[in-house]
Write a protein that binds this ligand. Structure first.
Ligand SMILES: [Zn+2]
Length: 253
């Protein structure tokens, strides 16, 4: 919440942020009542919270109803990816070095399940409780040394995202290293560049389209589009829709 407040203050100033805080407080009261009075309907697979509905996500530019876990602050994509980590990825078996970009509180406990993985949180800002302070376009990391890169909803914040993708390719271990990546996308479109970080879109430089995969491949990555599906009832229980994400590798020796 504190991170959210400081980001809103930076982007929109005191007046808009104060108004936003009022809206958040009203929404919290409404959802709080619903969670006391209405039957349990949703579950957060990241932290186990159960309730009638998730909190609303509110920013100056947009808001989305019933998506944020009141306990661990997971968003739909965290809940979706947490199930993929738990059911498909075999995280417990992974070893080596992992770089987690902009590490999310909601997924923190999953990294603890990999006893053979040396996990480093990394960000350009020191506010997230990270181990490495670094720019994704110029990482303080040796080439071909990283076994797992986790990079979700980061590249849209980077002006020169192609330079960032090249850098992710550089640090990845050839052959076995895995880059797991996603960005906000509108499927069926091509990437639309704004030319500036749009404050009404959380500071994003662009909305990606189907050609995101080509940007990854242009950096030399071998790209696999993931197709992790669940039963319809699970989408309702965990309150998400599947989101496209990719597992990329670097050509081995
Ligand atoms: Zn949660």
């Amino acid at each position: 919440m504190l991170g959210w407040v400081s980001q809103q203050l930076k982007d929109y100033g005191v007046v808009v942020t104060t108004r936003l805080l009022g809206r958040v407080a009203m929404s919290r009261v409404r959802v709080g009542f619903a969670n006391k009075l209405l039957p349990l309907k949703v579950v957060c697979p990241c932290c186990g919270w159960r309730g009638s509905q998730f909190h609303d996500y509110i920013e100056a530019g947009y808001s989305v109803r019933k998506i944020v876990c009141p306990q661990c602050e997971s968003h739909p994509r965290h809940r979706y990816l947490s199930l993929w980590l738990a059911r498909e990825f075999e995280l417990e078996e992974k070893s080596g070095v992992a770089l987690i970009f902009a590490p999310e509180k909601a997924l923190a406990r999953f990294w603890e399940k990999a006893p053979h993985l040396k996990v480093y949180g990394i960000d350009i800002s020191a506010s997230r409780g990270i181990e490495i302070l670094g720019d994704i376009k110029d990482l303080p990391v040796e080439s071909s040394s990283v076994d797992l890169v986790w990079c979700h909803h980061v590249l849209e914040h980077i002006e020169d995202d192609r330079a960032a993708i090249r850098e992710l390719h550089r640090v990845l271990r050839p052959g076995s290293g895995e880059l797991i990546v996603s960005v906000p996308m509108e499927l069926g479109t091509t990437t639309s560049e704004y030319g500036y970080p749009d404050p009404m879109q959380s500071g994003h430089w662009r909305m990606y389209g189907d050609d995101f995969e080509e940007r990854l491949a242009q950096a030399g990555l071998i790209v696999q589009t993931m197709n992790f599906r669940l039963a319809e009832e699970e989408y309702l229980r965990y309150a998400f829709k599947p989101e496209r994400f990719y597992v990329c590798k670097k050509m081995g020796d």
